[in-house]
Design a protein around this ligand. Structure first.
Ligand code: ZN
Ligand code: ZN
Ligand code: ZN
Ligand code: ZN
Ligand code: ZN
Ligand code: ZN
Ligand code: ZN
Length: 1730
């Protein structure tokens, strides 16, 4: 059925709509009537064949189906009725904008209630948060803007647009606005339609329809429907489809794309049998390894109704958008239960969610979002239903395989993050416990004690485990905002949830225990990741639980009690049963049991004890703890029991670090790593320390220490009287360390008397003590809270200074110098590497500022009361005993146990104790002082051993020679001891001064210092010597020669620059013409980088070559729409002035013998062949295309340029004919050549009759057209000339090499001209002077390129080169013999100049009349210059300005320019405008011609080797005159024309031939001077780009969002990259959109910005590419590749200019080469698919 919808049909239909509506108004059974209507029309509109026409279907559906419904709903013409509704509607304050994939979203880090609260771009820009610290991300699709939600924002909930007006009474029920009648009608329409849609979407029959919808007639028409799953890959599906339904690859790709996007797609239409066939093939083909793809053969009417059901839902969403009242009715309909208590429609949908296909889910989720979630009243009701169904929905989700964003469970974020809703669901629906219970139920595998066992998981279970983790996300949402007020109900339910949570933790306590492997290495690494994943996911939740508890004392105490019970329960499960033993030391003894970490099971996962530790700290902060500690349930578990497991865990870490657990493999190393890692440590390592502190604060410190020693397996070392038993020293090392950690940790609020900000400050200080760090580095080293905040911003400025980045690198924070004294060498979060780096850095810093290098411990804050007794550890007998033992060892270093780091720790400990004592002395009154460390260390040991006192030992050590490094520290200790003594004495007696001693001390100290300095100096020298030896040994052969080479290069430089010395006495330097300056001829000697031999550059000697890289270029293109030329037929003789495709030559400037290079290249080739056979990977260069890396600098090259000496000019100046005479001679020569060539053409080239060609046109005197010149070059030079020429030809035209092709020399001249022009542009853009500013490699390259181009004709056939010259000249001065000369306007004039100058020698060689090449160069140059002036005049008509008469007097230039201009106007008959101001005209011409003259100066300078005038080595005024002088031109260029007017008129008249469409030219064409190309302008704010990209749709797959929108920075095109949909065929290969674009836009080279990733992409050819740092920086001077951090990004102009410079310099390919050499993984990427 094809409907042609002309006007009258539409009207008829409209009338019928009304009829339907009226019929329905009278119907007694409305649902039945509507169903009948649908049954009849839906199958007639939808799904009528294999090729659907969605536009037509939608139009018909609108007319026949939705139209009548709208009529009925409104009771009048819907366009009127709906408008009325809209008018009376008072919209809610919610924005509710639903995010598209890739759209930017903003969250305020200061005001958002949690990170899920986001704003759309419009709202954000109109909000207060624009000026706050915000975060920007791209949406994954789904979710909506939270603007207007007062619960989502701490402040500024409304943007300007959504600000509620004051008069607004928003509490009103929106239904009040509708008539009762309307409400009834709406109600019935909505319920019928929604019921219909729900029925159809949840319908599972393939062949039947629900009652009432059976079609009147039913054909044998079926669809074979393919469904999406997440098991099969794109490639599998595409392959299968090609087989099953016989389609092309393109169609299969399109099917697969749609299936992936919509969740299903019909792949075949026809009768049942036909479809069934396809289904069988698909199922058979995909069932081999996995479960088969889901395919259904469905009757067309079923599919039709399902299609319309989707439309109907979309329609509902659209209708309720008109009015909040309608929305509310729909909500009511959706949530209404059936008359018998059946599920509501929304419930039905939710419960069937996992059975529906993606597309259907999306549509109804959208409807839920725009209806229920937008209505405050019904959002609550919906949330309750959602919570009631929670368990079932989650189970369905876990069983399903689709991503969470396609599941209804994903809506949890919309409700659970609303604090009031979350709280309500928690108290009413017990949500917290439900979530945890559901989670635990899904983790089935347990051991005998009920603990999780992840190692037994099958891949499928592991997959489920990953999915079920999303429940923890929900739990986090519920907990994210802490209650400000508690009710009894909330307490009850929270504690119930907490108890469930403890059940979960109990299942984790003790999972994955480890046992030390002895003898053999473990065979299989045990599974550990799952347990740690769980731990990581729970980290924030555990912290949040503690925060909840902390906010209410009753809850806290109760939770603590519950936690203790749980821990007791856990301990009951451990079969410890070890033997009891008694330890005794220093007169103390304690009972414990025998246990050895290195021999028995150790447990890493102790979440219950750690939670208890956390709660313990919180208790310490409460008032109860201060006032009634007896009320706390502290002592139900004995302290030794509390510390046992955390202590074992710390011992395990120490032993692993000491290498005792090596045989346990990497899994253990990884676990220990994560235990300390910033992601886990807050709820692992940190809490274990807290537990030790808590335990020891309740114990006798001597007992505690003994137990610790015994667990560390060191008890025997210290307890035995002489301490001489042999034990491994590594162990001993660890002990004091753990004490240090332990006693010092006071920066946790609750343990020490500090603020939370002190804790973070200290972290930052210690990070910055290692080295200055970027913001992101710091952020990574700090723990994040559940809001992804580290709290760094609040304190960073008080401890650090920010340093801005330059063009590279990033901004860095440096520690404020005054904070350095808070440095603690044994900071507990330092890894060993951190510690040694920090130590080195800090010592260096202190030495630099002239202080001594001792690093004493910093001052510490006092403990909280509950932990106060910890101080006594530092002065307990056991510790003092240990200190004594270690110091004794140090005095007698032969002892064996001793190590320097041990001593260092002991000194540190002593320092801490001293500081403690000092602080107490300073702050408290005398009676309170309980700390008497100095007294204790001054006491010698008691009989019988009579050991010396610690102080005495220290004094001995001060003079020990082997402890040089520690002397500063020991001195510091002794000084502190002395000052404490004075303090104590001062309080009792008056101080006694001791000046004599001090003096003595002073001198000793100076001597000491000098000695140290001398030693340090010696050490440095030794180090340097060793380093030098090492590097000499390591250096590669070539590197070794580098120095030699560089020397010679410098010599070469010196010699060349001397010969080109600008300040030579000859004042008037002239670079072209018979009178040009002759450079003093000098032998040029260079060194080969490969064999190091010196070689003079001679035409007849051994060839020397320069590594070079030739590439096609569009950098200067003024027309990117011109299609690339056809390589086979393209005639490159004339370059179009739009310079759309050029050939650029660059070089790294490194010189080799040609034979050395050949040998090198062959070796590279052979190596590459061998390598490719072994491993089929790419390299950064493509040998088959002649590419290689420069053997010295590894710069990418693809050919070599031969070096040539200066051409020998005619030594002295001889009188030469003027332009007129010269032209005459040349034209005669040409004529004779014409006839000679005519003779050549028809007959065989070999049979030249010498006499016959004289008859046609006698050659002028001295001209011998039959003269065959002798090639002046040696064979190797000739060979290299051919090599480079062929390479340029091959690459420039993209053809196969053919050295005979007459286009070879043309391509070489073109490359020379193009390269010079691009360098001229670059110098202008970089604002550099014309001469003297190029790096020498570019100078070398230009020089050899120019000389090569001048010589390359010698290897081509003479007649063809002569032919080129004739045609070139004919473009200037018409020649009747030459057909189809281009118009001068279509020729790039500089290319013309270069080609003419280069091809002229082919005439000159046969001429012996005495005309010099110099004269020819001058004449050609002047001719071309005049032509260019004309070009400029014709194309750059200046604006007509009358005012500029510059003081009345016309200068000479102005008069001549107006004369020429009016002459041109005469010829062209008024096509040129009349320009009043000659002054203006002259200015235009000067500006237009300047680039040409500059390029010309570069060209002749390098060609003739004439030194350059110093004035051109600087920028500034007067450049024009100097330039003209150097080029031998009058500064009034017009003189050239006027003095030879009669000769040049043909040139001008060439334009009046009528075929020159000047007028049309002007509008499309550039004007002179040509503007430099720039990369496109980028917006300052990166989110503008993201927004732009989010509206970009894939150009090939009909309005789909592109996954990887990518911006071409050259032309501004947006591309759909890295995606199947936009792959195209390029030279027989499928390539992605970017690669394809580079070939059209950049001749194979591309610069892109990947917008979603914030990444710059460089591409070259099909196989090369790299990523480059983007030009966008955040406020901290850092880029954000991948947009992971989300800080606002702004354009950094400097960095963007740097990229632009790379591009203009043609260095992109080189940059890629270097990147790939540096990072081999880049080579493996399939760049062509981007
Ligand atoms: Zn918004
Ligand atoms: Zn808004
Ligand atoms: Zn804000
Ligand atoms: Zn060599
Ligand atoms: Zn090189
Ligand atoms: Zn695409
Ligand atoms: Zn482009």
């Amino acid at each position: 059925m094809v409907l042609c919808l002309d006007g009258s049909t539409v009207i008829t239909i409209m009338k019928r709509l009304l009829l339907f509506a009226q019929k329905w108004l009278q119907a007694s059974d409305l649902p039945k009537a509507v169903y009948q209507h649908l049954a009849r029309y839906v199958p007639k509109i939808y799904c009528l064949g294999p090729n659907l026409n969605p536009q037509n279907e939608d139009l018909l559906a609108q007319l026949l189906l939705q139209g009548p419904l709208e009529w009925y709903l409104c009771g009048e013409d819907p366009s009127i009725g709906l408008a009325k509704l809209e008018q009376s509607n008072q919209p809610s304050q919610l924005c509710g904008h639903v995010f598209k994939v890739g759209e930017p979203t903003y969250s305020c880090r200061e005001c958002a209630a949690d990170p899920t609260c986001v704003l759309c771009m419009q709202c954000f820009l109109g909000s207060v948060h624009k000026g706050h610290r915000y975060r920007m991300t791209t949406s994954g699709g789904g979710g909506f803007c939270d603007c207007g939600d007062t619960e989502a924002w701490k402040k500024g909930p409304y943007c300007q647009k959504h600000e509620p007006s004051i008069s607004d009474s928003s509490q009103e029920d929106p239904l009040d606005q509708l008539s009762a009648n309307m409400i009834t009608r709406t109600y019935s329409v909505f319920s019928i339609v929604l019921r219909y849609a729900v029925d159809m979407l949840t319908w599972e029959e393939e062949n039947e329809l629900p009652a009432g919808l059976e079609p009147p007639e039913r054909g044998d028409t079926y669809y074979c429907m393919l469904f999406n799953d997440e098991v099969h890959t794109y490639e599998q599906v595409i392959y299968t489809l090609q087989k099953a339904v016989n389609c092309t690859q393109k169609e299969a790709v399109s099917f697969a794309t749609t299936v992936d996007r919509d969740g299903r797609k019909s792949v075949r239409y026809g009768d049942f049998h036909f479809c069934e066939q396809a289904k069988t093939v698909i199922v058979r083909n995909t069932s081999r390894q996995t479960k088969p793809l889901r395919v259904q053969v469905m009757h067309s009417s079923v599919v039709a109704h399902q299609c319309f059901a989707l439309k109907a839902l979309a329609w509902l969403g659209q209708v309720i958008g008109h009015s909040d009242a309608l929305r509310r009715i729909l909500c009511q309909v959706g949530l209404e239960k059936g008359p018998l208590g059946e599920n509501s429609l929304v419930d039905t949908l939710m419960l069937c969610d996992s059975k529906m296909w993606k597309g259907a889910r999306n549509v109804y989720h959208q409807l839920l979002m725009s209806s229920l979630l937008m209505d405050p009243k019904y959002k609550k009701l919906f949330a309750i239903q959602f919570a009631k169904n929670y368990e079932r929905l989650q189970s369905d989700y876990v069983k399903d395989d689709h991503d969470r964003e396609f599941s209804v469970t994903d809506l949890s974020v919309q409700m659970f993050t609303v604090p009031s809703l979350a709280r309500m669901l928690m108290t009413e629906e017990n949500l917290m416990a439900t979530i945890i219970r559901t989670f635990v139920e899904h983790l089935r595998h347990r051991d005998l004690q009920g603990r999780f066992q992840f190692e037994r998981y099958t891949p499928q279970q592991a997959f489920k485990f990953r999915r079920v983790q999303s429940l923890l996300g929900d739990l986090k949402y519920v907990l994210i905002s802490r209650p400000t007020e508690w009710t009894d109900k909330l307490r009850e339910k929270f504690l119930e949830g907490f108890e469930t949570f403890l059940e979960l933790l109990k299942c984790m306590q003790g999972m994955d225990p480890v046992v030390r492997q002895v003898g053999q290495h473990i065979e299989m690494e045990p599974e550990w990741e799952a347990a740690f994943t769980l731990q990581m996911k729970l980290t924030h939740i555990i912290s949040m639980m503690q925060e909840w508890c902390a906010s209410d004392e009753k809850v806290l105490i109760e939770a603590y009690r519950m936690c203790l019970v749980a821990l007791t329960h856990c301990h009951g499960g451990f079969a410890d049963g070890e033997q009891p033993i008694t330890l005794s030391m220093c007169g103390h003894s304690v009972d414990t049991f025998r246990y050895c970490v290195s021999q028995e099971k150790v447990i890493i996962h102790l979440p219950v004890s750690r939670l208890l530790a956390g709660l313990h700290v919180l208790l310490s902060k409460t008032e109860v703890a201060y006032r009634f500690p007896e009320r706390l349930p502290l002592s139900e578990l004995s302290p030794p029991m509390l510390i046992e497991h955390p202590l074992r865990c710390l011992v395990l870490c120490a032993q692993v670090h000491a290498g005792m657990w090596r045989r346990n493999g990497f899994s253990l190393v990884n676990q220990i790593y994560y235990y300390h890692n910033v992601k886990c440590r807050v709820e692992m390592f940190d809490k274990d320390l807290v537990m030790l502190q808590a335990g020891s604060s309740m114990m006798d410190p001597n007992h505690f220490l003994m137990i610790v020693l015994s667990r560390f397996e060191l008890y025997h070392i210290f307890s035995s009287a002489d301490g001489r038993k042999r034990h491994s020293r590594e162990n001993a090392n660890k002990v004091p360390n753990s004490f240090l950690l332990h006693c010092r940790e006071r920066f946790t609020p609750g343990i020490g008397q500090v603020q939370p900000s002190d804790e973070i400050k200290r972290e930052i200080i210690h990070q910055l003590c290692i080295r200055p760090m970027a913001h992101s580095e710091l952020a990574k080293a700090l723990p994040e809270n559940e809001n992804k905040e580290t709290g760094m911003e609040r304190v960073i400025d008080s401890v650090a200074l920010f340093k801005k980045p330059g063009v590279t690198g990033r901004g860095l924070y440096e520690l404020r110098p005054e904070c350095a004294k808070q440095f603690n060498l044994y900071f507990y979060h330092y890894s060993r590497a951190d510690q040694s780096k920090a130590e080195e850095a800090q010592r260096k810093l202190r030495r630099q500022s002239g202080e001594d290098s001792a690093l004493p411990p910093p001052l510490l804050p006092p403990f909280c009361p509950l932990f106060a007794s910890l101080v006594n550890l530092l002065q307990c007998d056991v510790l003092l005993g240990m200190l004594g033992v270690v110091l004794q060892w140090a005095v007698e270093p032969s002892g064996g146990h001793w190590s320097e780091s041990m001593l260092q720790r002991v000194l540190h400990l002593i320092g801490m104790a001293l500081l403690e004592e000092q602080q107490q002395l300073e702050s408290s009154s005398e009676d309170d002082i309980t700390f008497s460390f100095t007294l204790k260390i001054s006491r010698p040991g008691e009989a019988p051993s009579n050991t010396p006192s610690i102080l005495a030992l220290l004094e001995t050590l001060q003079n020990a020679a082997h402890l040089e490094v520690h002397k500063d520290m020991i001195r510091w200790i002794l000084k502190t001891v002395a000052s404490i003594k004075t303090m104590r004495e001062r309080s009792s007696t008056s101080p006694v001064t001791d000046s004599g001693g001090q003096n003595h001390q002073e001198t000793v100290r100076d001597k000491d210092k000098a000695e140290r300095k001398r030693k340090a100096e010696m050490a440095r020298l030794r180090r340097e010597k060793i380093m030098a030896q090492m590097s000499a040994m390591q250096r590669h052969f070539i590197d070794e020669n580098k120095e030699l080479f560089q020397q010679s290069l410098e010599e070469l430089d010196a010699s060349t620059s001397a010969s080109l010395d600008p300040s030579s006495p000859d004042a008037a330097l002239l670079c072209v013409g018979p009178r040009r300056t002759r450079p003093t001829e000098k032998r040029q000697v260079v060194t080969c980088i490969l064999c190091q031999e010196e070689q003079e550059i001679r035409g007849d000697g051994r060839a020397m070559v320069l590594a070079a890289f030739v590439q096609r270029s569009t950098v200067m293109s003024r027309n990117r729409h011109r299609p690339p030329p056809n390589p086979e037929r393209h005639d490159p003789l004339f370059m179009h002035p739009d310079l759309s495709f050029g050939t650029h030559t660059g070089s790294c400037g490194h010189i080799m013998h040609s034979h050395c290079w050949q040998r090198y290249f062959e070796a590279v080739q052979a190596k590459e062949q061998r390598r490719q056979q072994r491993l089929r990977v790419h390299t950064s260069y493509d040998v088959e295309n002649g590419e290689f890396l420069c053997p010295l600098c590894e710069c990418l090259s693809n050919t070599v340029i031969p070096l040539l000496p200066l051409p020998k000019g005619s030594g002295r100046y001889t009188e030469q004919p003027g332009l007129g005479l010269w032209l005459k001679t040349v034209s005669q020569q040409i004529k004779s050549l014409h006839s000679a060539h005519r003779k050549l053409r028809p007959v065989d080239a070999g049979a030249v009759d010498a006499t016959s060609n004289m008859e046609d046109f006698p050659p002028p005197e001295g001209f011998k057209p039959d003269y065959v010149p002798v090639n002046p070059f040696s064979s190797t030079v000739k060979e290299m000339l051919t090599t480079f020429g062929t390479a340029t030809y091959k690459i420039g035209l993209k053809v196969h090499p053919n050295e005979q092709d007459p286009r070879v020399p043309i391509m070489c001249w073109g490359s020379c001209a193009y390269t010079i022009q691009s360098i001229e542009r670059l110098l202008v853009d970089e604002e550099k002077p014309l001469f003297g500013s190029l790096p020498c490699r570019q100078d070398d390259c230009l020089r050899s390129l120019t000389r090569f181009s001048a010589a390359c004709w010698t290897t081509a056939s003479l007649p063809s080169v002569q032919g080129h010259f004739i045609r070139l000249l004919a473009a200037l001065l018409p020649d009747p013999e030459v057909e189809s000369s281009p118009s001068l306007l279509d020729v790039d004039i500089f290319h013309l100049l270069v080609s003419m100058v280069m091809s002229y020698p082919s005439l000159h060689i046969q001429d012996s009349s005495g005309l010099s090449v110099d004269a020819a160069q001058q004449n050609l140059f002047q001719l071309v210059t005049v032509a260019h002036v004309v070009q400029v005049l014709l194309t750059s008509t200046p604006e007509v300005t009358m005012d500029q008469e510059s003081g009345g007097g016309h200068s000479e230039e102005e008069q001549s320019i107006s004369a020429l201009y009016s002459c041109l106007r005469r010829h062209l008959g008024g096509a040129l405008r009349d320009v009043g101001s000659a002054w203006h005209l002259w200015r235009c011409v000067k500006a237009g011609v300047l680039p040409f003259l500059r390029a010309g100066a570069l060209f002749f300078h390098h060609l003739n080797g004439v030194p350059t005038p110093s004035e051109l080595h600087a920028r500034g005024s007067g450049q024009w005159e100097y330039l003209c002088g150097y080029l031998g031109l009058p500064s009034n260029l017009l003189q050239l024309y006027h003095s030879n007017q009669d000769l040049l008129d043909p040139l001008i008249q060439g334009y009046d031939s009528g075929s020159v469409p000047v007028g049309s030219y002007l509008c499309v064409f550039l004007c002179y001077p040509r503007e430099s190309n720039r990369l496109i302008d980028l917006p300052d704010d990166y989110s503008a780009l993201i927004n732009q990209a989010s509206t970009f749709t894939c150009p090939k797959s009909g309005g789909d969002k592109s996954r990887a929108p990518t911006l071409c920075l050259v032309c501004g095109a947006m591309l759909c990259s890295q995606s199947y949909c936009c792959q195209t065929d390029l030279e027989g290969e499928d390539v992605g959109a970017c690669t394809a674009h580079t070939f059209a836009c950049g001749a194979g080279v591309g610069i892109f910005l990947r917008v979603r990733e914030s990444q710059v992409l460089f591409l070259a050819g099909k196989t090369k590419g790299c990523f480059y740092t983007p030009p966008y920086l955040d406020d901290y001077g850092e880029t954000d590749q991948g947009l992971r951090r989300g800080n606002p990004l702004h354009l950094c102009q400097e960095r963007y200019r740097k990229i632009q410079k790379l591009w203009r310099q043609h260095s992109i390919t080189e940059e890629i080469g270097h990147a790939q050499e540096a990072n081999q993984s880049l080579v493996g990427i399939d760049w062509q698919h981007l």
